[in-house]
Design a protein around this ligand. Sequence first.
Ligand code: ME8
Length: 640
Amino acid sequence: MQKFYVTTPIYYVNARPHLGSLYSTLLADVASRYNKLHNKNVFFLTGTDEHGQKIAQSAAAVGKKPQDFVDSFIPAFKDAWKLYNIDYTKFIRTTDSDHIQAVQAWIKRLIDKGDIYKSHYAGYYCVSCEAFVTDKDMPHGITENIPLCPTCGRTTEYVSEESYFFKLSSYQERLLQFYKDNPDFITPRERMAEVISFVQSGLKDLSISRTTIDWGIPFPGDKNHVTYVWADALNNYITGVGYGVPGKEKEFNVWWPADLQILGKDIVRFHAVFWPAFLMASGLPMPKKLLVHGWIKIGEHKMSKSRGNAVDPVELATTYGVDQVRYYLVRHLAITQDSPFTYADLEQRINSDLSHDLGNLLNRTITLALKYNVAMVECPKTWSAESVALYEAGKNITVRFMQEMEAGYMNRAYAVVWEYIHEVNKYFHNQQPWKIAQSESEKFAEVISATCHALYTIAHLSWPLMPQKMEQLLFALGKKINIEQDVFAHLLSVPWKETFSLTQGEILFNKIDIKLETQETVMTQQEVKQSPTIIIDDFTKIELRVGMIEDVQVLEKSDKLYILKVNFGDHGVRQILSGIRKHFTPEQILHRQGVFVYNLAPRKMMGLESQGMMLFAKDAQEQLVLIQPEHTIPNGTQLS
Ligand code: ME8
């Protein structure tokens, strides 16, 4: 059996988990479940980072001992992960005795090898990021001669103390060679460029012990020092699967190297520079891939505990449902960029993607089948050309889905699944089974069977993302998830041959009542803005067409504009410039259909021609909302 080892960052326990911590953990859960569907043996490690100055300060602020302080937050993490069905294998805490001993043994080994030496550190330190701020970071801002942290922008503090150093500088060339040999080490690739330029500009040895704090792993052989929190924390990825733990050597050799390590862009330097260097010094292989995602933002700011703008995942699940939130975070936040979080967007996605596109499809199929007594859906003797096309589309979608998942782009993988859902809706709509239920009962049963097969594929592809809901969907079809086989190999190789036994269960996704205040605000705005009337001839002058956004590029010279390539089917592909960068990430609009003014005279913006205009509406929060057809229709279709 093949193995798959996935990790999340271990989170600081100075507050309850928020949507950002949930996001990384969810991505790991989706990757883990996806690999389980491949019938792999999976180890999923998550946990908490409990030592260091930041935790010690937070504990002191509330008059608690650090150990009691960190203990008090553990249930909040474990309960939140349980609520969200995060199926981790192990929850590691850096205060676990196994981990502490393994880190101490690791340090001793590196001292013996000559990779760690004692000296003196003088420089600036960011307590919030637990990071030494190097000379190279200085230009990021200075307040009263004190540099600001390049990552979080907070004021740093001056530190001058005896310290043990790790010889990071001697790994510079080996690191650069490693990046060159492994261009896919970091996803997205763009992040690799930042890392390479940081390493190329010269690496200094890294201070890995502190004398001015005492909340940390005691440094072996020197009671005045505790281990620097990152030298402690990064090692969780190996100690968690048995490194340095007596009797667990075999286990460690099974799991290491990690196949996927998930983290936010704030900690890329620690994971892409320090961590590989630590591993090189330890003679251990490199992780296969780092998946570095952007930040969830509230307005202009990163969501964080310290900024006080954190959204509570537990509250969100109570209001909207666990799988609804899982869906929204993984599908609609971009891996490659920062993404805004808004309640309005979450509500809209639940109503359109989940309730309308997927839930209704299931409900309509089952209601109709049961109405005409087709509870047991057998395969037809022959499939119509349209059903064969739906089958082929399902295989094609499965292949594309797998490609995106393997590359780490889970959001894009689910955009692909939704393309298929639109396709199935179109098929169902075009076949009009409600009209032939009595007159052509065989044909009717064939359409129901094809739709059930397509839903069966959709449920398997979406199970890593929404395990509960997809099990509910499969139950309604009389099926269960089966991970005793490689599900994808099965979906791709076996022709449609399932029998479905249908049950009308609970509604899969209830529609959210968009808040009354929102509706009222919109109504008031409409009442106030009375525009002069036009006659129909005025309206028909405007040619509105549906187009699919096939490519989104940032126009570097502008802070607002995207260059869109829009496919209008038989009417060709056009370049359209749209000033929507503040409102949408490229991933949020890529491969989506929208409505465009097609006969607007071309005009130049920033030296480029724009050949049309895309239409949007504003929601109550003044956020732009995409106007799109209810389901996918041919590109180029004119609105009338
Ligand atoms: O950095 N958007 O812990 P931490 C997206 N203990 N992801 C976010 C986020 C946001 N607004 N806020 C946090 C640490 N995250 C160290 C890690 S690992 C050996 C040690 C996620 O509690 C994201 O993955 O500050 C980010 O990298 C991580 O939480 C930081 O968590």
